[in-house]
Design a protein around this ligand. Sequence first.
Ligand code: ADP
Length: 426
Amino acid sequence: MINLNKPIQLSQQRLESFLNRINQATVNPEILSTILEEFSITLEEFDQQQQESVTRNNASDSELQHYRELFECTSEAYFVTNLTGEIHTANPAASIMLNISPTYLIGKPLTVFVAESHRKAFRNQLQQVRTSSQSMGWDVQLQPRHREPFPAAIAVSPIRDNHRNLTGLRWLISDISQRQQAEALRQELAEQHELSELKSRFLSTVSHEFRTPLTTILSSSEMLERYSDRLSPERKAVHFQKISQSVDYMTQLLEDILIYSKADAEKLEFNPTVVNLSEFCQTLVEDLHLEAANQERIQFKCNDDNICGNFDPKLLRQILSNLLTNALKYSPNGEPVDFELNREENQAILLIRDRGIGIPANDQVHLFEPFHRAQNTGTINGTGLGLAIVKKAVDLHQGMISVQSEIDIGTTFTVNLPLLNNAKKF
Ligand code: ADP
């Protein structure tokens, strides 16, 4: 509203001075004409100000009308409540959303339209809005009258008086069921996409990994068949060995696929028993050293001979032999591999450090995904299943695994396993 007091007061003052001067005047026509001129200017100014004020009032009326229309016609529900959430004003969309006539809405606490399971959280949020006096937003399950509950997004902001005191709350509530359905659909599609990608990675890995040993078996058996009479016993032994190695490799691959698919379906058996980890690791290293290719490259260190805990020996072997054989395999120049076992409070810390080819940073984030192989593996064979199995086995022990790696410097895997009897039971 425009304040007209000032121009009116000014005009009054001028009028008074005009009358005074008329009274005092010795009817000098010159003075009289000046006074009349001044008076007419004053009247003109007054008229102009009044016109401006009318224009401004019209503008704010139309603005008000504009907001009223928005409030009435929008599809979003608007409420004004007091600080405890009691409804003072609601727009038609609010009454449609809550399936209740506007007159019944007024005076009701907004909480009664929140699904019972969400009320406690809603009250806590309301309390938070009051104490922080900040605008806030959250999702909630609304319960309209005689209808199914639905998800809604709430945006609430404080209303203040001229002295900045909090006097009420303004609510904007939107139905997000469609948005949530779209999100669920998008997620389902993404999962389907991931599954089909996994299938194609599986098929390409399996066909690729099977082709090499099958070719070896075929060529060695052909040699044995065709040239049996001409081959020396040593050459024959070499071909038989190649065949048996290829069969072993394929069996191992199938075994890995089986273990991974069981783990993925949460069907991996977990049978923990008390294991002396120090002895277990020592034996494993000796077994790995029996394989000629490994040439006693694993240097095992342990700060305690008696680190005992509840572990599944089969899965523990999967974890450690996968990490150790990787460390050997990805150090093609035959560098040694450090294997350390330490106890820290109630945890066993197992560290496997190599000085091999390293893992590119881009691949590190995908390491534990099945069939993922880093770009720098070159001709080193593998399926990308080992680490996925390791991760599942560590999870079953409620442990943690982490990796640090630098290209051409080396890789360190650290596994933390709790020693207390808190592993998951299946
Ligand atoms: P793979 O059968 O290919 O060795 P893994 O699941 O055991 O499969 O490992 C996944 C990928 O992680 C490997 O293909 C390799 O790229 C990378 N990787 C694992 N361990 C190491 C390591 N010690 N040094 C370098 N790269 C490694």
